[in-house]
Write a new protein. Structure first.
Length: 370
């Protein structure tokens, strides 16, 4: 019976499998293999049924080019080679099952889109205006009709340019990349003081919410800068307990702008921005999980946070474990989880390995790069 099922029915069944189970199903027979290659066009892809995977990219060392991924279904870590990438990279954010990153060894800015599971990658075209260390924002627009590819736009603001040569200045022009046309275009100018802050005081994570791209800045105290795409206007927002926050990260959650931050000598909290532009406290990291993450230390200073696929993850380095807040399967509400860190690989201890993380739903289908 299974060998006679139509592709659309079989693909819908495959859509309920986790990525590792789906990979095993592909090896069962030729019929399943051929169906699996058409899997991304299934109307109910597996990302709707399974929590996202955590992809950890080392910020320096080891000499071997690799990343580490955590499978939440099996609670296991795996090491994947990134030797296919020509340069070291730092993640900017997820785009569907892909990771948008910036190269770290080349100036000016160069962006690359890649799939850590299939080893496919694509460099985005160079910007119209060469610039170093700008703020980068990403908007995911959804998939194309009858296609697994996500349409997206990338906004770049600030950064240092050398025009004329030998004379570094802060770049005030805003550029936008459109995946449909595969080109960059100039969108307008911004105040120079904003360009300075985005260049010097922004960690480069961004969140898009209700027509605005937001970046965090950390000059003196944390604050928020937003670029309204329609009217090309800038806005600035204050943050709750800004003078006491030891770390602060913007994340999207349920369509709302969300702030995760750790308070000096206190808890890590989750706030949401409501329609009145007021921050509302919605959750606190459970005390026992916070203490476990900090390893007995009193400072949240080196904590990082990332979100995606209905999950928010707080982490420090590869070996110290993670605190995860995610949707609880088919039940209503979110639950807190502890994930053990990746302590060692091949007999080598990984506890002190500095990382930057991203949450994605893996896709192992061929030709997943647009």
């Amino acid at each position: 019976m299974w060998s006679n099922l139509p592709f659309d029915v079989l693909a819908n069944i495959f859509s309920f499998l986790s990525p590792d189970s789906f990979a095993c199903a592909k090896t069962a027979c030729h019929h399943w293999y051929n169906c699996a290659n058409a899997y991304p066009s299934s109307p109910n892809p597996s990302l709707h049924h399974h929590p996202p995977w955590f992809v950890a990219l080392p910020t320096h060392g080891p000499a071997e080019k690799c990343c580490y991924v955590h499978n939440p279904a099996t609670d296991k870590w795996h090491r994947l080679s990134t030797a296919f990438l020509l340069e070291p990279i730092r993640p900017v954010g997820p785009i569907g099952s892909l990771v948008l990153s910036r190269t770290t060894n080349s100036n000016p800015l160069q962006l690359v889109l890649f799939n850590p599971f299939t080893r496919q990658f694509k460099y985005l075209p160079r910007l119209n205006l060469a610039r170093t260390n700008p703020a980068v924002g990403v908007i995911v627009l959804g998939t194309k009709p009858h296609s697994p590819f996500h349409r997206f736009r990338v906004y770049v603001a600030g950064g240092l340019s050398e025009a004329p040569p030998g004379c570094a200045t802060y770049e005030s022009a805003i550029e936008m990349y459109d995946s449909d046309s595969d080109t960059w275009q100039i969108m307008g100018d911004m105040p120079v003081q904003f360009a300075v802050r985005l260049t010097v005081w922004t960690p480069n994570e961004s969140v898009y919410c209700n027509g605005v791209v937001y970046w965090m800045t950390s000059a003196r105290v944390y604050s928020l800068m937003g670029f309204e795409i329609g009217p090309n206007k800038w806005q600035e927002l204050s943050l709750p307990m800004a003078e006491r926050l030891e770390f602060a990260t913007l994340v999207p959650r349920n369509g709302k702008l969300t702030l995760v931050g750790g308070v000096s000598s206190g808890d890590a909290c989750v706030w949401e921005l409501d329609e009145r532009k007021i921050w509302c406290l919605v959750e606190k990291v459970p005390t026992e999980l916070g203490l476990k993450l900090l390893g007995g230390k009193a400072s949240w200073g080196s904590t990082k946070c990332v979100s995606g696929g209905g999950a928010i993850c707080l982490y420090r380095d590869l070996g110290s474990g993670m605190v995860v807040w995610r949707e609880d399967g088919g039940r209503r509400g979110w639950k807190w989880f502890w994930v053990e860190g990746c302590g060692s690989f091949g007999g080598k201890q990984m506890h002190r390995l500095s990382i930057r993380g991203v949450l994605i739903h893996p896709c192992i289908a061929p030709s997943c790069i647009p």
